[in-house]
Design a protein around this ligand. Structure first.
Ligand code: NAG
Ligand code: NAG
Ligand code: NAG
Ligand code: NAG
Ligand code: NAG
Ligand code: NAG
Length: 505
């Protein structure tokens, strides 16, 4: 039994360091659902890969989530932008991501992680999938699971991105995507304390799009089929410029295609850049009442890289300059109906997946082979016993909130007092009416006014859940019950029954 003073010390430590965490999310048929509130999570997101492919440098111990100061800067800007999710493409499973994951958690932002990288041996090779499906490859992707399974704001894993990008690549690869999903889900079931959804991110190649989704969402052998996708991401660039419409962009086709999807479907990338600056009118369509069967999407992409999609430019002295695209996207998000986005209860949770059969596939070049490849030698040992020496992440206290480097608005004026705003009560970030670029210079382009809804007369939504957690009162109140459990547990020596997350603090 511990002494009273030990107990008191522990309790004080608890008050000081408990991190508020976003609620974990699970998949129920067509929806992502908050496991606590049971409300549907609509993804309001941005793809985040500063440095592009070069942002992942294992030889320099560097990836997009390895530097807490950089994440603090970017989390402050993404929070003001209004997003609740980022997608990160290339991660090193041996690095410590605690600072970055904890910062994004503190501001109410989830992470979707790709398990692959462009380096040789770190993804399925579409030209020769069987040669790349090895136990070394599985060790890498299981390492990503180990690294991120402990963060509550890990929303999902992408097993693969655009492996099928034309008809010929859709012949041999689909069974391997299912194999990788099966292996990841077996590993998660064995080594994580909760389910973490696993899915695929598809290229918008219309000849194979529907087949890809049908192939991945169907069930091969009933309810226990671990090879099916838990969700389907679509990289969609069909809405270009202020003249595009729901019909001209083909969004109506997508709604027809995915209306009865038995897995969540969302845009894993969107934001055509053929017309610049981007005005992002598609945001109103994507979150509007015609598209509620989709679960939102992620804009490509946060930082300016070679492909010219950046919302911001990261300067070589590590300061950031916001682009007009950032302002435009922010004002589109500010027009959204927060009730619809944040408080919509899961709706289509009763759909059951179809049984896999060649009848689901329409393109004669697309695989109808539903025999998922057997696991490579060594895979079952990795899955049963876990990989050797994993780096396992956990939330840490986020004490620094002020962004140390300068950030400039789209007109070049420096933003004053930029800081993250730690959310209380396990909240998720929402658009909040912010206008981050300093005003008064008038150089930022306004969203297209070709449509009546861009009048600017819609009042921005009232700030939701963005009160800085300066007093911490809400936090303490919600902790009384676990505190009581802890004290009783420790006094009576039942410390093994105290939730592990309290003891690990
Ligand atoms: C969904 O399924 C229902 C019932 O089978 C059908 O009436 C409806 O047209 C389908 N909707 C879409 C968008 O496919
Ligand atoms: C950083 O670099 C940017 C772009 O070159 C420049 O405009 C800015 O003045 C620099 N800021 C600092 C603090 O050095
Ligand atoms: C993190 O990034 C900042 C800003 O670029 C840099 O000054 C610092 O050295 C980096 N820290 C590490 C540990 O690399
Ligand atoms: C927002 O969405 C909710 C739920 O669909 C609806 O009841 C409400 O009228 C909408 N508010 C506005 C301002 O459109
Ligand atoms: C949504 O679900 C929550 C939690 O189950 C419930 O309290 C609330 O009444 C539901 N809202 C609607 C509009 O159905
Ligand atoms: C714009 O909003 C103002 C104020 O609500 C309104 O009077 C005006 O008619 C609107 N204009 C258009 C084009 O919708």
């Amino acid at each position: 039994m511990r002494s009273l003073s030990q107990v008191v010390a522990l309790c004080l430590a608890l008050f000081a360091t408990v991190a508020v965490a976003v609620h974990t999310v699970e998949v129920q048929a067509q929806d992502f659902v908050d496991t606590v509130t049971k409300q549907r999570l609509m993804i309001v997101g941005v793809d985040y890969q500063p440095g592009g492919q070069a942002g992942y440098k294992p030889t320099e111990n560097k990836d997009p989530l390895s530097n807490g100061t950089v994440c603090l800067r970017d989390a402050a800007l993404l929070q003001r932008l209004g997003v609740n999710t980022i997608r990160v493409y290339n991660i090193d499973p041996s690095l410590n991501h605690d600072d970055c994951a904890s910062i994004f958690n503190a501001v109410g932002i989830y992470m979707i992680l790709d398990v692959n990288s462009p380096l040789s041996g770190e993804s399925i090779n579409r030209d020769n999938p069987s040669s790349s499906y090895t136990s070394d490859y599985l060790t890498r992707i299981f390492g990503i699971v180990e690294n991120f399974k402990g963060y509550p704001n890990t929303l999902a894993f992408f097993a693969a991105n655009e492996v099928m990008n034309d008809v010929s690549s859709a012949q041999k690869n689909p069974p391997y995507i299912r194999a990788v999903q099966r292996d990841l889900k077996q590993y998660i079931a064995k080594h994580a304390s909760r389910t973490i959804p696993v899915g695929y991110s598809a290229a918008d190649v219309r000849e194979i799009l529907q087949d890809t989704w049908e192939y991945l969402q169907c069930e091969i052998d009933g309810k226990d089929d671990q090879s099916r996708s838990d969700f389907f991401g679509l990289n969609s660039y069909s809405w270009c410029g202020g003249d595009a419409t729901f019909q001209s962009a083909g969004y109506n086709t997508l709604v027809d295609m995915f209306g009865n999807s038995t897995v969540p479907v969302f845009f894993s990338e969107y934001g055509c850049n053929k017309v610049m600056p981007r005005v992002f009118d598609e945001v109103q369509a994507l979150y509007g009442n015609q598209m509620t069967s989709l679960s939102g999407g992620l804009v490509y992409e946060y930082s300016q890289e070679e492909e010219d999609f950046g919302l911001v430019t990261i300067n070589s002295n590590s300061t950031v300059s916001l682009g007009v695209d950032y302002d435009n996207l922010q004002s589109q998000y500010n027009k959204l109906n927060i009730t619809l986005i944040q408080s919509t209860n899961a709706t289509a949770t009763q759909l059951s997946p179809p049984a896999c059969s060649s009848g689901l596939i329409t393109n004669s070049g697309f695989s109808t082979d539903f025999n998922v490849p057997a696991q490579p030698d060594g895979a079952s040992d990795l899955i049963n016993n876990g990989i050797k020496n994993p780096t396992q992440g956990k939330l840490v206290d986020v004490s620094e909130t002020n962004v140390p480097m300068a950030v400039y608005g789209s007109s070049g004026v420096q933003i004053q007092n930029l800081a993250i705003r730690k959310l209380s009560n396990d909240d998720t970030n929402t658009p909040n009416g912010d206008s981050t670029s300093p005003s008064g210079t008038g150089s930022a382009a306004k969203p297209s006014s070709t449509k009546g809804d861009a009048n600017g007369s819609t009042p921005p939504p009232a700030p939701v859940a963005l009160n800085p957690d300066t007093k911490g009162n809400a936090k303490q109140v919600s902790l009384w019950y676990p505190m009581l459990l802890l004290v009783v547990g420790l006094l009576f020596g039942f410390s093994d029954r105290v939730p592990a997350y309290l003891l690990s603090l």
